[in-house]
Design a protein around this ligand. Sequence first.
Ligand SMILES: CC(C)(COP(=O)(O)OP(=O)(O)OC[C@H]1O[C@@H](n2cnc3c(N)ncnc32)[C@H](O)[C@@H]1OP(=O)(O)O)[C@@H](O)C(=O)NCCC(=O)NCCS
Length: 187
Amino acid sequence: MAKYPHSIDFDFEFDMYKPAASFQVARDLYDVVNRNRDFFRPWLGWVDFVRTPEDEFDVAKSVASENTNKYLLYENMRLRGMVGVVREDVSNKTVEIGYWLDKAANGRGVMTRAVEKVQNLAFEEGNANRVEIRCATENKASRAIPERLNFKLDGILRQAEVLPNGVIHDIAVYSKLRQDWQKGKVK
Ligand SMILES: CC(C)(COP(=O)(O)OP(=O)(O)OC[C@H]1O[C@@H](n2cnc3c(N)ncnc32)[C@H](O)[C@@H]1OP(=O)(O)O)[C@@H](O)C(=O)NCCC(=O)NCCS
């Protein structure tokens, strides 16, 4: 089983690491989600299922594990975001990266850098052949991340996501293949 480093060199004013699972981390996750409900709700269907800090304890445990390619992002010790592999198709050597970032930390390039780190770990440690990012077609800020990182747009899955509030999204599927990553660019 792959092992992922505890912390990542981030060359930025942010820290990217795996804090030990604790009630405090669950509380911090709850607080940042709670502050960002209106910002996240159009894109993240799970937001309103986070009702108490206890609901985030399994997330805190999953991030803490050295066997997951998942990290939290902190700005001056304040939790700002999460990034990591949210789905893995082992037999097809494919992983999907997901992310969210506190609105207060948007617009500074933090998440693009963090996604690049997770992508590199997926190829280097996770033996992935294909890394995917899936975004609602209207989610311009999210789509800009794979586009900045030279992922290729494979196509659009029509009405592929139904949110709990009934909103239906078309989903843009981006990918980067190991061969693209090795060449440092998409053909
Ligand atoms: C999607 C999300 C993470 C994007 O956050 P973001 O701050 O736009 O992304 P980044 O941290 O990479 O920052 C990019 C911005 O910083 C700017 N920037 C500054 N320095 C930069 C650098 N060195 N590298 C890249 N971008 C830089 C970019 O121009 C861009 O600004 P713009 O939007 O004004 O063009 C965030 O909006 C979010 O969490 N949304 C809600 C949840 C969500 O949609 N999750 C994804 C579901 S698929």
